[in-house]
Design a protein around this ligand. Structure first.
Ligand SMILES: Nc1nc2c(ncn2[C@@H]2O[C@H](COP(=O)(O)OP(=O)(O)O)[C@@H](O)[C@H]2O)c(=O)[nH]1
Ligand SMILES: [Mg+2]
Length: 409
């Protein structure tokens, strides 16, 4: 199966299928209270039978629950839709530029590769990463004797995923374990989205059935504690705080005690993004980390650095500063929805060797998504991936209409 076809099968869904599945999925109480009240009358809900969901009544057991395979399929498609929506600006930019390049340089030659390099660098992919990518493309084109730039389209997208995977596999996974208190420390400069991300993470983990608590460690910025409390209320998780100006290490100490007493699974700690100067900030983060480490062995289990995708190369230099002081275990790249230069993800991964664990794709509670390179390239090239398969989809439709004929007999 071609690369594009595989991505398409995995992530694509039609609007109608999506609505049907949403209305059929069992909801938790929390989900219900956060979304609009459902109008549909249960007796009228029809179980979808159409591709690509492939759901049928047999998928639901007596309690109305669906199988793991179907659940995973639906999750992948929901994720695909999130990445597609969140990366819209970048996608328009990437696809338009790539289409222009392919139209302008019909033959695969050095001029084409140079223009491609320029395009990728402008999209924040990062110089070294671009060089690696185009080197691999050159040899792949030679190896497979690809002459037409049109035929290189899919290879380019495939290589982006490959380059991403060259690093340690599976490192996007969070270091969280059942049966212990997991501590996540959120760091990053002011305004990158730390507090918002903490709210979204708390929501995500709570939906997964975890007991979550938050620690208001940004005691420096006016209003920061209040902002976290608002998130706590919205999501329905407890926030441990002290007054503005107090020692954040003391807040952490309190929070860890409270978390232990209440059998919390995940404690997420907010921190200041700016103090009187940079040295102070880094010293404070060190102290906070030390206090956490003394109270819980091997904690913090994750130190997540928040970076704002719209700041481009500046985000990379922030990352270098933080990396020097704290052991950053992962990156949350926020506001990807706000930039047309979504290539920054690749630069971060390849130039800093820190995995991107989550990406912020918008301002809704569920717009924070676990990062994975396939959903990402799907989001970046979705229209191209879908159009590329016109012939296949004609075949699919044919199969489907045969299925339907069969069923109606
Ligand atoms: N569009 C968009 N805005 C975001 C995202 N994440 C955070 N923001 C916004 O960024 C601004 C700063 O966020 P905040 O959490 O206060 O940053 P902090 O200073 O690092 O704690 C807020 O207006 C957020 O709504 C995202 O993924 N997409
Ligand atoms: Mg904040």
């Amino acid at each position: 199966m071609s690369f594009f076809k595989r991505l398409k099968d995995k992530f694509t869904t039609t609007k109608k299928d999506e609505e049907q599945v949403q209305s059929n999925l069992p909801k938790t109480e929390d989900q219900q209270s956060l979304s609009e009240p459902q109008q549909s009358n249960e007796a009228e809900v029809e179980v979808p039978k159409k591709k690509p969901r492939k759901l049928s009544e047999a998928d639901f057991d007596d309690d109305g629950l669906i199988s793991i395979e179907d659940f995973e399929e639906i999750e992948a498609q929901k994720m695909g839709a999130k990445f597609k929506a969140g990366l819209e600006k970048s996608r328009q930019n990437f696809q338009e530029q790539l289409n222009n390049l392919i139209a302008r340089y019909r033959k695969v030659d050095e001029d084409f590769f140079e223009a491609l390099e320029e395009m990728l660098i402008t999209a924040d992919v990062g110089f070294n990463t671009v060089m690696t990518l185009t080197e691999e493309l050159r040899s792949e084109a030679q190896r497979r004797n690809i002459q037409d730039t049109e035929d290189l389209r899919e290879v380019i997208v495939e290589k982006i995923v490959e380059i991403y995977h060259q690093e340690d596999d599976n490192s996007e996974a969070m270091n969280l374990e059942d049966g212990r208190l997991n501590v996540i420390l959120m760091v990053g400069v002011n305004g990158v989205g730390k507090t918002t991300t903490i709210g979204k993470l708390a929501y995500r983990y709570k939906m997964e059935g975890k007991k979550v608590m938050l620690a208001a460690g940004d005691t420096f910025r006016a209003g920061a504690i209040e902002q976290l409390k608002v998130w706590g209320e919205r999501v329905g998780v407890e926030v441990i705080s002290q007054s503005e100006g107090s020692d954040p290490a003391a807040v952490m100490y309190d929070a860890i005690n409270a978390a232990k007493n209440k059998g919390i699974d995940i404690l997420i700690c907010d921190t200041a993004g700016r103090l009187q100067n940079k040295t102070n900030l880094m010293q404070e983060l060190e102290k906070v980390k030390r206090v956490i480490g003394r109270a819980v062995p091997e904690a913090p289990h994750e130190v997540l650095l928040c970076l704002d995708a719209t700041t481009g190369q500046n985000a990379l230099s922030q990352a270098r500063n933080f990396k020097d002081v704290t052991n950053v275990s992962g990156i949350v790249l926020t506001k990807l929805d706000g930039t047309a230069k979504g290539g920054i993800v690749l630069a971060i991964r390849n130039e800093l060797h820190i995995p991107v664990k989550y990406v912020g794709l918008g301002e809704q509670l569920d717009d924070l998504q676990p990062f994975n390179p396939e959903s990402y390239v799907y989001g970046l090239f979705a229209d191209m991936i879908e159009q590329n398969e016109e012939i296949d989809s004609v075949a699919d439709n044919f199969e489907q209409s045969e299925d339907n004929d069969h069923e109606s007999k």
